[in-house]
Each structure stands twice: as C-alpha cells, then as structure tokens.
Design a protein around this ligand. Structure first.
Ligand code: UDP
Length: 236
C-alpha cells in the first residue's frame, strides 16, 4: 500500500491513493477523518485528527496546502470514499449503521442505498438531531456494526466518533458530512465539470450562499498560514 503520513499545520494526513485508502480502511478499525481547511482552522480538532486511524485529504484546499509544502497528493472525495466502503461492506457481508441528517433525509438515503446495494446489511439508522448521545452510543454498542457512517457536520461528527470508537473497538467510523443529503436525492452533487475543475465548493456556495462565510475568510487564511509555515523561518 502506497502511503506516507505527512503533517500540515500540525495536522496528520495520510497520503494514500483512493484504492490503497480503501484497502487500508478494510484492514483497520477506528476513525476516518476526511479533512478540510475548515477543520484545520479549529484547534480543538487537532487532537482528534492526530488520534484518527486514517485521515484523507478531502477537497482542493488541503491538496493546495500539501502542494505548497512539496507533497503532490491527489485529493479523495469523502463522499466517494464512503460510497466505496458501503460497497465493500456489502461484498464482505458486514453490517452498517447510518447516523445523521434530518429524519426524512436519512430515511430516503437508506431507501436509495438499499436499492443500490440490495445485500447491504443496514442494522441501525438514526437521524442527527438526537439529544441523548448516551442512548445512541448504547444503541450502536448493542448492534456492533462494522461500518458506521456519521453525518452530523463538523466538528460534531468527529467528536461523536472519537467517543464512539472507544465503545466499538472493531468498527470503522467515517465522518461523511453532507453525504446523506446527496444520497437521499434532496441535495444534488455539483455537476461533473465542477468536480473535475475542483470547484465543488464554488457550486455549493452558489446554491447555498450562507456557506460563503464558511469559506471566507477561512480558506484564504488557511493558505496564508500554510505559506507562512513553508516559507517563513520559525520564530519570525
Ligand atoms: N447535521 C445533523 N445534526 C446536526 C447538525 C448537522 O445531523 O446537529 C447534518 C445535516 O443535516 C447534514 C450534515 O449534518 O445532513 C452535514 O451538514 P453540513 O452540510 O453542515 O456539513 P459539512 O459537510 O459541510 O461539514
């Protein structure tokens, strides 16, 4: 398997290609983080990311940051990675839990996934607006799924997973952000041309202008911090 572990602004990132990341994920348990510049602008995330078992570079921002630091790494779209892991779970007859998104969204996503993967063994479904975290942790502890996809937005999903992985030492947890919204059919992924040009973020911002404040000033500040780390001697 072809991977290095590199650090960007003190955050660990594994530089697998897509197929190697899938192969590696099949061989481990624990937390998969699909990291983006927003997470790397939240100091509370550092410990969780650096304790995660697999950190994949999702998005053009992280790819650009890595490039500035001399690492030529291809990004892995979290949604595609999670989708592939569902097909692996079906193939390997492993049970799956889906946690997150609005109740009608997660139900529709489950229905669509079940159509796409008829032999997928979905043993637990929970929307993401629960109050009683202990109850949800207990539910998954009883069901013992192998794969848990968790869409609570960041940093909530990463914090939830960091807690849950201690209770299920054999499970693989992936924070999947808005993936259930897409799989439910309620939110459309950016057209292929935006994906190829790495401009999915622009498409989502046009569709949901309230996201603008999540990108600005986070993204330019992230690039400035990376440039500083790369080119300005320490202590200046
Ligand atoms: N979400 C949730 N519980 C919450 C907050 C968010 O289930 O308390 C869900 C939300 O409905 C959406 C997903 O988390 O399905 C991702 O939200 P967002 O688009 O903010 O995530 P991103 O991928 O941009 O971090």
């Amino acid at each position: 398997m072809n991977s290095d572990t590199v650090y960007l602004l003190g955050y660990k990132i594994n530089t697998f290609d897509f197929d190697s990341a899938v192969e590696y994920a099949n061989s481990i348990s624990g937390q998969v983080v699909t990291i983006n510049p927003e997470m790397m602008s939240n100091p509370d995330m550092k410990e969780i990311v650096n304790s995660a078992e697999l950190v994949i570079p999702d998005g053009i921002g992280v790819q650009l940051g890595l490039m500035i630091c001399g690492h030529n790494v291809k990004r892995i779209a979290g949604i595609e990675f999670a989708h592939k892991m569902l097909s692996e779970a079906e193939k390997n007859r492993q049970s799956v839990a889906l946690i997150g998104a609005k109740p009608e969204v997660i139900e529709k996503a489950k229905e669509n996934l079940q159509k796409e993967f008829p032999n997928l063994y979905i043993t637990y479904v929970q929307d993401g607006y629960f109050k009683d975290t202990e109850r949800v942790l207990n539910d998954i502890k009883i069901r013992q799924p192998r794969l848990v996809l968790c869409a609570l937005g960041s940093p909530k999903q990463e914090q939830f997973i960091a807690q849950a992985k201690k209770l299920l030492p054999d499970a693989l947890f992936i924070g999947v952000g808005g993936s259930f919204d897409v799989w439910s059919g309620i939110v459309k992924r950016a057209p292929k041309i935006f994906q190829v040009l790495c401009l999915e973020w622009l498409y989502r911002t046009i569709k949901e202008p309230q996201r603008f404040k999540r990108i600005f000033p986070t993204l330019p500040l992230f690039v400035l911090r990376v440039l500083k780390e790369r080119f300005v001697p320490k202590g200046v």
